[in-house]
Design a protein around this ligand. Structure first.
Ligand SMILES: [Zn+2]
Length: 86
């Protein structure tokens, strides 16, 4: 596994977020889930525009497998399989 830096704080991490930022990222994720529930099938940019969650965090959550981005139309969907495993 390659050396990576935490998306939020830049601290060394083998995952997209270091453990303390991962907690923050999960809170962002919960906010995204709520947003998707209220406005189904938003694009990544719509989520970003409405929730002000940094794009790099959204992509980090995708790297964690919690979110998927539909190829072609850029819509953000919650990976419910991962959600169930949480
Ligand atoms: Zn961090």
């Amino acid at each position: 596994m390659s050396t990576k830096a935490c998306i939020i704080c830049g601290y060394y991490s083998s995952r997209p977020f270091c453990p303390s930022c991962e907690e923050r990222a999960i809170k962002y994720f919960d906010k995204i889930c709520l947003f998707i529930k209220e406005s189904p099938k938003p694009t990544v940019l719509e989520v970003y525009g409405e929730t002000f969650i940094p794009l790099k965090v959204i992509y980090g959550l995708k790297d964690m497998g919690l979110l998927d981005i539909v190829p072609g139309n850029g819509r953000l969907v919650v990976n419910s399989q991962k959600l169930a495993a949480r």
